[in-house]
Design a protein around this ligand. Structure first.
Ligand SMILES: NC(=O)c1ccc[n+]([C@@H]2O[C@H](COP(=O)([O-])OP(=O)(O)OC[C@H]3O[C@@H](n4cnc5c(N)ncnc54)[C@H](OP(=O)(O)O)[C@@H]3O)[C@@H](O)[C@H]2O)c1
Length: 334
């Protein structure tokens, strides 16, 4: 079977296809033939060496595929079942802990850029009904993060106002999930063309964050007193404006550090005089993934796939992501 590995010190020219022997399942294990993966910013950081991994690590946290063998004592899945990965395969339920979250697919554990993987039976879930492998492979990181930020930590209610930032995979899922829940969606983007696409998907107002540096205040006004929920993707580069955009009593999910926002300043009185709640979010648990799947199964939501590449085109796919030209998810299928 083919695997794709990150060779040290990392870099898009250090991704190497390596043949390995086929796998056999042990007790409580399954063999999954991955057929698709999708790109997340976290995978990009692993690939370029910004998140250090051991030499030969198989990257990519997202995967969807077919169970091709089951070990002794496996009753949850049978050969032929379609399954998808979990970002934290050891976080089944309850609050996060170090033990539950130290294992990360494609970082501290081998990921899905392989034709076969041997996994504990608890490390995958079913895929939504009627989804292709490529569609299912978009969900485990980006969609679950949006789901947790809005539904689990944010307790989003119909009629509430949500701000999504940019048009990457996570933000587009957030728009779709918010609309599914009957919420009103506001958005930012750097592109006039993408603004039109956001409006066509149901965003009621879109602000260009490059043309309007004080976009937080603009969103606050457009939303008539601010939004109830923000999914912040820029950290230090967006949080100040995210706080401006939020209504009194609102919730901000801190999700990413795009545009170099590892560190930043915020105006603390705005936090407390606005009575804001802030949650740090890193994907979610198996129980959260199953709840999201149940919701998707009762909806007609399908992921927005920007472009699809082949197994040997991961570097090209990351270069497409680097360009920022994409809208929604980039996938690889094989
Ligand atoms: N914490 C978690 O569990 C978790 C999970 C998933 C993702 N994330 C994080 O969420 C962020 C987005 O991830 P992704 O995979 O969706 O990335 P992605 O698909 O690569 O998203 C890139 C998009 O983000 C937008 N963007 C860049 N800088 C921005 C800024 N300053 N303000 C607003 N939008 C900006 C751009 O949209 P436009 O082209 O429209 O301007 C860009 O196309 C990343 O920081 C990622 O690490 C975190």
């Amino acid at each position: 079977m083919r695997t794709l590995q990150v060779k040290q010190p990392g870099g898009l020219d250090k991704l190497e296809i390596v043949e390995q022997p086929d796998l056999n399942p042990g007790r409580d294990q399954i063999i999954v033939h991955w057929h698709a993966t999708s790109l997340n910013y976290h995978d990009y950081l692993v690939a370029i060496g910004a998140i250090p991994v051991p030499d030969g690590r198989i990257p990519m946290s997202d995967g969807a595929g077919e169970v091709i063998a089951i070990g002794e004592n496996v009753h949850q899945f049978k050969v032929g079942d379609k399954v998808m990965s979990m970002f934290f395969p050891n976080w089944i339920e309850g609050k996060p802990s170090l033990q539950k979250t130290v294992g990360i697919m494609g970082e501290t554990l081998d990921g899905c850029m392989a034709e076969q993987a041997c996994l504990p039976v608890s490390a995958v879930t079913a895929i939504p009904e009627g989804y292709t492998y490529a569609e299912a492979a978009t969900l485990p990181c980006a969609a679950l993060t949006a789901w947790r930020g809005l539904m689990v930590e944010g307790n989003l209610q119909a009629g509430e106002k949500v701000l999504i930032e940019g048009t990457g995979g996570m933000s587009i899922f957030a728009l779709q999930l918010a609309k599914m829940a009957g919420a009103r969606v506001f958005a930012t983007t750097s592109s006039a063309e993408k603004a039109e696409r956001l409006k066509a998907m149901g965003a009621e107002a879109v602000v260009n964050y490059k043309e309007d540096e004080r976009w937080g205040k603009t969103i606050f006004k457009l939303a008539d007193g601010g939004v109830d929920h923000v999914l912040d993707v820029g950290g230090g580069s967006t949080m100040k404006q995210s706080i401006e955009a939020t209504a009194i009593g609102g919730h901000i999910a801190s999700i990413g550090i795009l545009s170099g926002g590892r560190k930043g300043e915020i105006t603390f009185p705005k936090l407390f005089f606005k009575h804001l709640t802030m949650s740090g979010i890193a994907v979610g648990s198996r129980v959260m993934q199953e709840a999201m799947l149940a919701a998707i199964n009762t909806s007609d939501m399908k992921p927005v796939i920007d472009k699809s590449f082949g197994f040997d085109e991961l570097a090209a796919a990351f270069r497409h992501q680097e360009s920022g030209a994409h809208f929604g998810k980039i996938v690889l299928e094989w």
